[in-house]
Design a protein around this ligand. Structure first.
Ligand code: UDP
Ligand code: MG
Length: 320
């Protein structure tokens, strides 16, 4: 199969039929074999019934229904686990992304050797405040990731299948998939300017809190990528440094005290010296950090992943 199109949808019943028809038309015109994978992220507006109805009429359509709303990242992740085309395209369900862009995206991955091609909504049709904050978000992410693309959060992207099979998207991390892919060893990342439409039906599923959560996710992704496999390297190093310096200070205070006693000179009380408290804190903190590192290390070794626990129903995969 040439293309898997992965579409997370949360209450998008009005858009789904139109989107499906549009995609099918583009695929036929370009002679591409394809599957469309809708992930219904706990919709309450009849999106799943719509998907079922469309799947009955069109053999290319598959569906995954979540038990409740788990978020766009979980949706993409389920799609990635269950898709099988050579090139995987993700897009939003709300008709803001145009299926007409798919052949060009496909071509860049298939024939120009890109691992990922990210859409770039150069001219956006979203509220002003969102456009501004999105610019800022992209600047920060570009800086931290040193990936030179302009629109990390663009829903329309194309991946070589190996890329999506080797990353796990959770939390709100769909914004950082290019970064995860880069760390997984896929470095040929490109972008393509794409058309963007105003939302036709329904309304956006995100408020302004997306930027705070997005930033926290960036921190945790950097942390996990750098130290997730070896937490002891971080905690152990700081812990040991802290413990050793505390120990040295305590040793020096003791020596000083003993030396004074030996010379029969009156010395300050140990508890009268600020350094003593510093040493105490450093020793305790050091042991705590060391322990935290040790526990994290045990956890990361025992982390059995239960990947498919979001899913309530699957449609069109055969063999169930
Ligand atoms: N979405 C989802 N689960 C959620 C929130 C959003 O699957 O919890 C889907 C939504 O249906 C749409 C895409 O993610 O297909 C992008 O969402 P939206 O259009 O609300 O975001 P915006 O375009 O405002 O960034
Ligand atoms: Mg949208």
């Amino acid at each position: 199969m040439d293309i898997s199109i992965v579409i997370p949808a949360y209450n998008e019943a009005e858009s789904i039929p139109e989107l499906t028809e549009w995609i099918s038309r583009v695929m036929q015109e370009n002679n591409l074999s394809y599957e469309i994978l809708y992930i219904d992220d706990g919709s309450t507006d009849g999106s799943w019934q719509t998907i079922e109805r469309l799947a009955d009429a069109n053999g290319h359509i598959k569906g995954i229904k979540f038990k409740r709303n788990f978020g766009k990242s979980a949706g993409l992740n389920a799609g990635f686990d269950n898709c099988s085309g050579d090139v995987v395209i993700t897009m939003d369900a709300d008709l803001q992304d145009s299926p007409d862009e798919i052949p060009a995206l496909y071509n860049k991955v298939k024939n120009e050797g890109y691992d990922i091609v990210s859409g770039w909504k150069k001219k956006r049709h979203d509220p002003f405040i969102k456009n501004i904050s999105s610019k800022l978000f992209n600047r920060v992410t570009r800086f931290f990731s040193s990936i030179k693309i302009h629109d990390f959060n663009c829903g329309l992207k194309a991946y070589r299948i190996e890329v999506v099979k080797s990353i796990k998207v959770q939390g709100e991390m769909h914004r950082y998939i290019p970064l995860m892919a880069k760390w997984a060893g896929f470095t040929k990342i490109g972008e393509l300017v794409v058309q963007h439409q105003k939302r036709k039906y329904g309304k956006t599923k995100y408020g302004i809190e997306r930027f705070l959560f997005g930033f926290l996710d960036l921190l945790s992704i950097i942390f996990v990528a750098k130290f997730g496999k070896r937490p002891m390297h971080l905690f152990g190093t700081i812990g040991t440094l802290s413990f050793v310096s505390g120990f040295l200070i305590a040793a020096w205070i003791s020596y000083d005290k003993l030396a004074h006693i030996h010379d029969a000179v009156k010395a300050r009380d140990v508890v009268d010296r600020p350094l003593f408290y510093l040493a105490l804190v450093a020793i305790i903190l050091g042991m705590q950090l060391f322990l935290a590192g040790f526990l994290a290390e045990m956890l990361s070794r025992n982390n059995v992943e239960k990947d498919q626990h979001h899913i309530a129903t699957k449609l069109g995969f055969g063999g169930e």
